[in-house]
Design a protein around this ligand. Structure first.
Ligand code: ZN
Ligand code: ZN
Length: 166
């Protein structure tokens, strides 16, 4: 395979183009389903981020509570809040908007806050999940795929017993 197409454009393998958009989004990076520990769907039809249905969570900060819409695209930090103002560096609680259950902690984040788990199936399976840091503005405060989470924590030695056995 050549590096350039007939028009001399750079060929970028494995990035699928979205119909007309100016930016390309790899479909593999878009979260299509995620759930609270009780199996409630956190993907919400009313949230639209760059043409995809977004993730809607309840957020709590002290006595204040509101909603937060997140981009379902891994690595995209876009988020919108409703009824609550958040500022950079604050640690917030993330809950299911349906049953109010706090989303479980996956592991501590580098920044001292927590990496919060959103499950990709209805069974609360930590092997099939995505994560997000609960500190506003943290470099991990965007959706991370399970494989990325695993790599972050394996590097830090917090997931033990896998090295050399895979
Ligand atoms: Zn729920
Ligand atoms: Zn963090």
């Amino acid at each position: 395979m050549t590096r350039f197409n007939s028009k001399g454009m750079w060929r970028i393998p494995s990035v699928k183009k979205k119909k007309k958009g100016d930016q390309t989004i790899d479909e593999d990076m878009v979260i299509k389903q995620c759930y609270c520990p009780n199996g409630h769907d956190l993907i919400n039809n009313k949230v639209n981020v760059r043409g995809y249905k977004g993730i809607l969570l309840k957020v709590k900060k002290g006595k204040d509570e509101g909603l937060m819409a997140l981009s379902p695209i891994c690595g995209d930090k876009s988020k919108y809040t409703i009824d609550i103002d958040l500022s950079e560096g604050e640690i917030i609680e993330l809950l299911c908007p349906d049953c109010n259950v706090p989303l479980p902690v996956y592991a501590p984040c580098d920044c001292g806050a927590d990496m919060i788990t959103l499950f990709c199936d209805k069974h609360g399976n930590f092997c099939n999940c995505i994560g997000i840091c609960n500190r506003v503005g943290c470099s991990h405060s965007e959706i991370k795929k399970g494989s990325d989470l695993f790599n972050i924590y394996r590097r830090r030695g917090e997931i033990r017993g896998t090295e050399g056995y895979l």
